[in-house]
Design a protein. Structure first.
Length: 188
């Protein structure tokens, strides 16, 4: 192959894979899936409140908390801690998280805590928690917001409406999007 042919092939592949394909995929995605292609931005009163695809950091006791994040909810260096079951650092982090959650919820020192509130997700940005983690946090939220028993029941009812079934009915587990749930909580 001559240098000229190699250069032409290089330019053709650069044009196809670097320009035509990305533009075509962007146009297709925006036509077929406009919400997802736009980042699934959730707005409150016309102002962006976050993305339904990324976990947000909620620390106030008045809100549902997401899973822990290995990257402190930063999207650029997102990723897992890559700590295995024999990792002392992971065991210590889980112990600390469990103790902190039990203290925040006024629970006994050996009370069970939902695992997804103890372990970070693979990306560190998973926007979902399990329904068990949602229920686990309800008393703390109701107490922090000073809810009456009637308001607490309303919180339970509204929260259950945000439980999403497994994808396509069989992939994964039931889950709850924390951002969407917290926005609904503010609307109560």
């Amino acid at each position: 192959m001559t240098v000229t042919k190699a250069l032409r092939l290089f330019l053709l592949l650069t044009l196809v894979t670097g320009v035509v394909y990305p533009i075509g995929m962007t146009i297709t995605a925006r036509m077929l899936f406009p919400e997802c292609a736009g980042g699934s931005i959730v707005k409150r009163k016309g102002v962006p409140a976050g993305s339904a695809l990324l976990a947000q950091k909620f620390e106030s006791p008045r809100y549902f908390h997401p899973r822990p994040s290995a990257s402190d909810f930063s999207t650029i260096p997102s990723g897992a801690g890559n700590q295995g079951p024999t990792s002392t650092a992971l065991k210590n982090a889980v112990r600390e998280r469990a103790a902190s959650l039990r203290a925040a919820h006024a629970l006994h020192s050996d009370a069970p805590v939902p695992p997804d509130l103890l372990f970070a997700s693979g990306s560190g940005l998973d926007p979902h928690i399990s329904p068990a983690a949602m229920v686990f946090q309800m008393d703390r939220i109701a107490g922090a917001r000073g809810f009456t028993p009637e308001q607490r029941l309303r919180l339970e009812k509204v929260s259950r409406e945000f439980i999403e079934p497994p994808q396509f009915g069989f992939l994964g587990e039931a889950r709850v999007n924390v951002l969407l749930l917290n926005l609904a909580l503010d609307a109560l």
